[in-house]
Design a protein around this ligand. Structure first.
Ligand code: ATP
Ligand code: MG
Length: 667
């Protein structure tokens, strides 16, 4: 036998070793949180490369592009730089790469534009207006809702629109026909204007493989091994893509945890993972059982929580690290106090040597953190926030990027719609007419023929076209292009967002300087639309020299990560579980899994807090109730804390292990 560089047997437990060194064929690893699924995949990459698989023929599919990059960097550190050549990324990024190459086969231009959910909603809105559907008198769904309905339909290729409506939006069933017509129009329109939404990236890839077996064979031949992390959050389309990629070599390894499936709203179903053996006959199912992340008291809580699900998950997490602090439940009189408690704990822990970036505050949705953010700012604690509304989704950022998108794809009707309506004197209907004319003309992009434009906007229109034309013809570096565009956009921004334009201009200047790190327009736009987290990460980098910041994150965005200390805030009925889930057992189970994901992120300390009183504009102060998921848990599992504030104190709270405590356990 040849000697291998990496000591696989020494660095992995026997179950992990079996996964890493398993031969080919389909393999499914279903295992609980923190059992080393992701780590095992990293070793698998190194092992495959080391035993002779060409790295270019390995595909690693992950939940974020950043996760893929980090995993490959770790594999490279184990073995060598060859691991960096592995194809890695999200399903969407992988499909986009393929489609850029083969779009022509589907009748798309290769420079098609990718629409995010809100762009897609805008296009739908454009068409809806043209159909006069918004004037039907009856309650018609909002554009975001229509987008969500279409997206749900796209993620469930086996169900028709009617089934989707029946299951999730019965109140709009009366519009079935109108919605069907609109959906067809939407599909045509995207094709005509070279637009693809997120779902199209997956659906078109499958379409491409179906229609062009030669392309399919060629692509699949280069997928000697397909590895998928977080398989529990894939949907049917993604499963079909995995199947297609493995069609030649048949080597697929998927790892996941059904108890951590939290993307039902994107068409993921925790049961999908059990479809795997059906899709891939001959699947070997392997297990990992020991948790290496958390102390046993944290796992005891996680085990208790997941037992409350209607569905039975047959995993019990255990750790060799038996000692540890019990997770704490901390009721706070109000939000302000909750925020102060979290900040003081963070400062105390930092004092004890826990770096800020090893602590995370997790919440159900982004606005749950507003109060905390103010407190962090007040105290000058640096933090980065993941999830929720991203910079690239803000209106002013979308405006500026729309110009850039036009330079990439001059037929991008959604971008035209944005930029035209920024011109004074152009409303939705005029924009609509102009777009039809602009995108149907075969002339060189950005040329204005002699036309009787209304004097109200003619001059402004010419100015815009001249600028775009100039940028299109000259190959300025990306940053310079954006600088020009910002110069043009500045007064428009000021007029449209007068209330807070200075802050917005700041964002835009920041964006321009970030763009300097990208090679091309296309790469920049793609990074923003595919993985908005990437931008957040870039924003953080400058801070790293000082002190890597505290992490604030929605639970959804914290998937797969781990921290020394985790705070879960706002653990309230109506928030976690969210209000809309209260009457739906399936939705409630998903909320429970969400809490399970949050709890299992913690290595050493876990604090779950909630405000006992909240204030809401309009309804005033009201009493809250703690999350039902945390009710009736014995003190051995979840230790109740009582906040006692000393009259003068700024550091009134002490750590549980610090002896005489300002935080006596409640009784
Ligand atoms: P999740 O379900 O949350 O994604 P996971 O199963 O992917 O978790 P990992 O993130 O791979 O788990 O591993 C959890 C932690 O345990 C990591 O810090 C990892 O380095 C560590 N770990 C896993 N296996 C071992 C091992 N055999 N020896 C030492 N540490 C390990
Ligand atoms: Mg993982």
């Amino acid at each position: 036998t040849t000697r291998l560089t990496v000591d696989y047997a020494g660095q992995l437990n026997p179950q992990q070793y079996a996964v890493v060194t398993a031969g080919g064929g389909p393999i499914l690893v279903v295992a609980g949180a923190g059992t080393g699924k992701t780590r095992t995949l990293v070793y698998r990459v190194a092992y495959l490369v080391e035993t002779g698989t060409p790295p270019e023929e390995i595909v690693l599919l992950t939940f974020t592009r950043r996760a893929a990059r980090e995993m490959l960097a770790r594999a490279a550190a184990l073995l060598d730089g060859r691991c960096e050549r592995v194809q890695g990324g999200t399903f969407h990024a992988f499909c986009l790469g393929l489609l850029r190459r083969y779009a022509g086969r589907l009748g798309y231009p290769s420079n098609f534009t990718v629409l995010d959910a809100s762009d897609a909603a805008d296009v739908i809105d454009l068409l809806r207006t043209a159909h006069g559907l918004h004037r039907s008198g009856r309650r018609f769904p909002r554009k975001q809702t229509i987008q969500a309905i279409f997206s749900a339909a796209a993620s469930h290729p086996d169900a028709d629109l009617e089934t989707i409506l029946e299951a999730r939006y019965p109140q709009f069933l009366e519009h079935l026909e109108a919605l069907q017509a609109l959906r067809e129009d939407y599909a045509c329109y995207k094709r005509q204007h070279g637009l693809m939404d997120y779902d199209d990236l997956l659906a078109c890839t499958i379409e491409l493989f179906r229609q062009h077996p030669d392309v399919h064979r060629q692509v699949a031949a280069r997928c000697r091994h397909v590895l998928v992390d977080e398989y529990q959050d894939t949907n049917r389309l993604q499963a079909q893509i995995v199947q297609a990629l493995a069609a030649v070599h048949g080597n697929v390894m998927a790892v996941g945890d059904d108890a951590q499936s939290i993307y039902r709203f994107r068409g993921a179903d925790f049961r999908n993972i059990f479809e795997f053996p059906r899709l891939f006959p001959g699947t070997r199912i392997l297990k990992l059982e020991q948790n290496y992340r958390s102390t046993q008291p944290i796992l005891d809580l996680a085990n208790r929580i997941i037992r409350r699900a209607h569905h039975r998950y047959d995993k019990v997490l255990f750790s060799e690290r038996k000692q540890g602090e019990r997770p704490a439940i901390v009721p706070a009189p109000d939000e302000r106090t909750e925020s102060r408690f979290v900040c003081q704990m963070i400062l105390a822990l930092r004092e004890q040597g826990v770096p800020l970036h090893q602590m995370a505050v997790l919440f159900r949705s982004s606005h749950n953190a507003f109060d905390l953010e103010m407190e962090l700012n007040r105290r000058g604690i640096p933090y980065v926030k993941y999830g929720g509304l991203k910079l690239s989704e803000a209106a002013h950022v979308k405006d500026l990027l729309a110009y850039l998108r036009l330079l990439e794809n001059p037929k991008d009707a959604a971008a035209w719609n944005r930029v035209l309506q920024l011109i004074e004197g152009i409303g939705p209907r005029t924009a609509q007419r102009l777009i039809e004319w602009i995108t149907s003309a075969d002339a060189t992009p950005f040329t204005l023929e002699e036309r009787p434009f209304s004097p109200r906007y003619a001059e402004a229109l010419i100015r815009l076209f001249t600028l775009l034309r100039q940028l299109w013809e000259t190959e300025l570096p990306l940053e310079a292009q954006l600088t020009e565009l910002l110069h043009y956009y500045r007064p428009l921004c000021e007029r449209r967002y007068y209330e807070d334009y200075p802050k917005r201009l700041q964002d835009l200047e920041h964006l321009v300087s970030l763009s300097a790190r990208f090679q091309s327009r296309a790469a920049f736009l793609e990074a923003l639309v595919l993985d908005p987290l990437e931008l957040t990460a870039l924003e953080v980098e400058p801070l790293v020299e000082d002190e890597p910041p505290l992490v604030l994150s929605t639970i959804h965005s914290a998937k797969g990560l781990e921290f020394h200390t985790v705070f879960i805030i706002h653990a309230l009925e109506g928030i976690l579980p969210s209000a809309y889930a209260l009457n739906d057992p399936e939705a409630l189970d998903e909320e429970l899994r969400l809490l399970y994901v949050a709890v299992t992120r913690a290595r050493e300390y876990l604090f779950i807090s909630y405000p006992m009183v909240r204030y809401q504009a309009g309804s005033g102060s009201y009493l809250t109730s703690p999350s039902r998921f945390l009710e009736d848990l014995p003190e051995e599992i979840l230790e109740p804390w009582v906040l006692v504030e000393e009259p003068t104190a700024s550091s009134a709270y002490e750590l549980p292990d610090s002896g005489a405590s300002a935080l006596p356990p409640g009784d």
